[in-house]
Each structure stands twice: as structure tokens, then as C-alpha cells.
Design a protein around this ligand. Structure first.
Ligand code: ATP
Ligand code: MG
Length: 459
């Protein structure tokens, strides 16, 4: 109480200066025309109504790094209700911390009111935390300097005013960016304890933006990595998806692993990465995703998640078959078991699970290359995803390359060529007979049509 009173009288003992460094356009080079018209209009409307308003966060950072920002966020001292009143096409969203979405055409700009937080020592003691220091609530409004200080990295705490074209910098973020450094604001350990997701953000942003982690920012991460386990699963999942779809997923996963952060992300990912075939498969899937993002091609998160968990499914599938289960029911059971384990920690949304299962369940069908079956598989709505997945399996050495090449050629071939490509000896009658026979042996589906399958692949 007394400490608080003294602070109120003598000012706060914070690391951020109350006055920002104001950097003119001649120095930083960002001009208003690099800001989306919607974000510019939002800022100028707020300013004309007498409020403070700036472009903040990732967009300013990305422009300084000569990258195209994903979106533009605005921060203001107007309350959500005051913002809402100024824009006809706007709505207040969020329950815990309310934001306003301002819409212009198809673009949406997110407007948030300056937030205070634990970095503001006057309120720090009032904010609830768990026993490890994780903030359970940080939804209070604050001043602009408080808003800067509660942000994660100095490079993310820059404010750009498109009207004056000035950057306001409270934490030397501009100098850090020029040096290519990502530095956390405040005491690193305290900030990671408040929100352990910041450790994942550090790794993701450094990899994506080609920045170096400042040594003090980097040092406590391996020691504090287990704190990720206390973060709600849905939030970890969102952050993991951002990381996997950052266009630098391979680098991110390698970095996470080097810092002991991968345990909390995909349970068992560490086990998978330690098996040579599993590691090769996961790395190929990540490289593939990064290449697609670089080429501006769409990436389906379900495909990537299916790939990350494949070797878990494979191991469980093998084990079940060794216990005498038939291949197809064993696969279905393995899929459910693996997803159930992941669900506890990762909360993979149901919409992804359905597609992951479809991709996995299609895999045994690629081994059947006679009669009508390959034609039916070609028509399956998930054929493309299933085939891409098969290619990864072939490339990683799990299946013979020849199988992937056959399917590649089969899709492109004309109807006559396709007939000629079918594997011989499979009329409808013989197929029925064989099916009956294979039903008696556990490896039924695994040795069809002379496709040799590597040990451990268990198909
Ligand atoms: P990206 O380019 O991936 O969107 P970003 O930095 O913009 O990166 P967002 O999640 O969009 O990331 O967050 C916007 C801003 O909010 C950040 O720039 C940062 O200032 C602040 N922020 C986000 N997450 C945190 C966090 N966990 N702790 C503190 N500040 C955060
Ligand atoms: Mg952003």
C-alpha cells in the first residue's frame, strides 16, 4: 500500500521512459501510402474526433523490415464504445478484452484501446496470476506508454502515425530492428512467466523475420520451456498453427527442439523426431509447406497435422496388427487412439480431425492397383490430399518410390493407358476369392500386387 502510494507520488519506477523517441519519416522511410486505405481512414477519423490513434504492432515492424504486412491494427485512447460510435460499419468483439472491428469493403481493421498491464507497476499487484506467475487476466485499459510496455518485443511496440508520418518508440524498438535483434520488453523471466506463449512467439518471429534473439531474451527459454504446459490447450494450438503456417515452419521446429520447447506443442513430436524415418517424414512435410507458402499456394492445416502425427499412427497401427487385429480396423483404431492422446494437450479442432482421418484412411487404398479400385480412388474427393500424403511417405523412404510414381502416372494417363497400367491377375471373381483368403491372414492388404513394403511400414 505504502509502496504504491510512494509510486503514485514520485512516479513509477518503470524501464520505459514516459516520453517516446519520435522518429520522423526522413529517418524511417515509411510513408502513409504504404498503409491500407481502411487503416489510414480509421486513424484519421479517430484523430479528427480528438482521440489518439496509431498503427501498431506487427505492421509497423514488417514495413520497417521491407515486408508486406499481413494486416493493420490500430491502437487508440478511445474506448470501444467511442470507436463504435464513429464508424457506421463496425462492431465490438471479444468478451474478455473488447476490440472493435472497423469494416471498409472487404477489409477489416482491428482497433484496440490502449491497455495497461503488469509492466505498469501501479496496477501490477492487482492483477491475478497462477502459482508460476502466469497472468490470468490482463484486460484493463491504460495509457499509451503502458500499452507499449505490456507488448512482448521492442520491435512490436512501435506506433506509427500515418497523418504526421512519425514513429513513436518507447523501447528502442527501432534501433533493435536496425540491428536485426528481437528483444523482449522488461525482465525476460517475468515476461515469460506472465505468458509462456511469448517463448513460442520469440522463436517464430525470429525465424520468420530473420532476426537474432537478444542473448538475455534467449537465455531463460530452455529453463522455462515447461511452463508452456500450463497454457490453455486451445491457445497453444492457435500459436502452433501460426508457427507451422509462418512459411518458416522447418526452421521454427528445429529451433523449438533446440530450446526444449517442442514438448508442449505436439506431445510425442519429440519421440517422432527421434526416429530417423519419422524425422525425415516430418521435415519433408514442413519443407513442403514452406515451399507452398513461398509460392502463394494454399496450405491445409489438416494435411500438415496429419503429417505431423503420421508416425504415431503408424506405430500404433503396427502394434495393433501385431496383436492380431486386421489392417483396416487396426488403422481406424490407431487413428482414434492417437487423436485422443493429442486432444488432451492440443485441442485439435474437430473440423481438422475429420480431414486428417480421411487422409490417413485413404492410405491403404493406394496399395490396390488392380480392377476397379484405382479408378474409384481417383474419384474420391480427398484423392489429391491422399496422394500428396502418399508422395511424402514414398519420399521419406517409408514406401517404395515406384508406388508414388505409378500413381502420378496413373492420374495423368488417358483411359486406355490406365487400363494397361493396372496390375495383372485381378478379375472380379479372383478378387473375391483373394479377399476371402486375405481375410484369413493378418497381412492381407500388405503384400498385394508385388509392392514390397519396408519393414515397420506395416501396410
Ligand atoms: P504476425 O505478423 O504473426 O501477425 P504480430 O506481432 O502482429 O505477428 P499478433 O498476434 O498479430 O502478432 O499480435 C499483434 C501485437 O500484439 C504484437 O505485435 C504485440 O505487440 C502484441 N502481442 C501479441 N501477443 C502478445 C503477447 N503474448 N504478449 C504481449 N504482447 C503481445
Ligand atoms: Mg499481426
Amino acid at each position: 500500500m505504502i509502496r504504491k502510494l510512494l509510486r503514485r507520488v514520485f512516479g513509477r519506477s518503470r524501464s520505459a521512459p514516459l516520453e517516446p523517441l519520435r522518429i520522423p519519416v526522413e529517418r524511417h522511410g515509411i510513408t502513409a501510402d504504404q498503409i491500407s486505405p481502411c487503416a489510414r481512414r480509421t486513424v484519421s477519423t479517430l484523430q479528427q474526433a480528438g482521440y489518439r490513434a496509431f498503427i501498431v504492432g506487427g505492421a509497423v515492424r514488417d514495413l520497417l523490415l521491407k515486408r508486406v504486412p499481413k494486416d493493420f491494427d490500430v491502437a487508440t485512447d478511445a474506448t470501444p464504445e467511442q470507436v463504435r460510435r464513429l464508424f457506421r460499419r463496425s462492431r465490438i468483439i471479444g468478451r474478455r478484452f473488447r476490440l472493435v472491428h472497423v469494416l471498409c469493403g472487404t477489409e477489416t481493421v482491428e482497433v484496440s484501446t490502449f491497455r495497461g498491464g503488469p509492466a505498469d507497476e501501479a496496477t501490477a499487484e492487482e492483477l491475478p496470476t497462477d502459482e508460476h506467475g502466469r497472468l490470468l487476466q490482463d484486460n484493463i485499459f491504460g495509457s499509451q506508454v503502458e500499452d507499449a510496455t505490456r507488448r512482448d518485443f521492442t520491435a512490436n511496440a512501435l506506433f506509427y502515425d500515418p497523418v504526421s508520418q512519425e514513429i513513436w518508440d518507447y523501447h528502442e524498438g527501432y534501433a533493435d530492428l536496425r540491428k536485426g535483434v528481437l528483444r523482449i520488453i522488461g525482465d525476460p523471466e517475468k515476461r515469460y512467466r506472465e505468458d509462456p506463449v511469448r517463448m513460442l512467439r520469440a522463436v517464430r518471429l525470429a525465424a520468420k523475420l530473420d532476426l537474432k534473439l537478444d542473448p538475455k531474451t534467449e537465455a531463460p527459454i530452455p529453463r522455462l520451456a515447461p511452463l508452456i504446459q500450463n497454457v490453455p490447450a486451445a491457445r497453444v494450438f492457435d500459436e502452433m498453427l501460426k508457427l507451422l503456417l509462418s512459411g518458416h515452419s522447418r526452421q521454427c521446429v528445429l529451433q523449438l527442439r533446440a530450446r526444449g520447447l517442442h514438448h508442449g506443442l505436439l506431445p510425442l513430436l519429440d519421440v517422432i523426431l527421434e526416429q530417423p524415418l519419422g524425422e525425415r517424414f516430418v521435415m519433408l512435410a514442413l519443407e513442403n509447406t514452406d515451399r507452398r507458402i513461398a509460392a502463394d499456394k494454399p496450405v491445409n492445416p489438416a494435411f500438415l497435422l496429419a503429417a505431423l502425427l503420421w508416425h504415431e499412427v503408424l506405430a500404433t497401427w503396427n502394434a495393433l496388427q501385431q496383436q492380431g487385429e486386421k489392417p483396416v480396423p487396426a488403422l481406424l483404431k490407431a487413428m482414434d487412439e492417437v487423436l485422443a492422446v493429442q486432444e488432451e494437450r492440443l485441442a485439435i479442432p474437430r473440423r481438422y480431425e475429420a480431414m486428417m482421418k480421411e487422409i490417413w484412411a485413404l492410405q491403404p487404398r493406394f496399395l490396390q492397383r488392380s480392377g476397379q479400385r484405382p479408378f474409384r480412388l481417383l474419384e474420391h474427393p480427398r484423392f489429391r490430399a491422399g496422394f500428396d500424403f502418399l508422395q511424402l511417405r514414398c519420399e521419406s523412404g517409408e514406401l517404395p518410390k515406384e508406388l508414388g510414381e505409378w500413381w502420378d502416372a496413373f492420374q495423368r494417363a488417358d483411359p486406355q493407358e490406365r487400363q494397361a497400367m493396372l496390375k495383372p491377375g485381378e478379375g472380379p471373381r479372383r478378387r473375391r476369392r483373394r479377399r476371402r483368403k486375405s481375410a484369413q491372414t493378418a497381412e492381407g492388404a500388405s503384400v498385394q500386387h508385388g509392392t514390397p513394403v519396408k519393414a515397420g511400414a506395416s501396410l
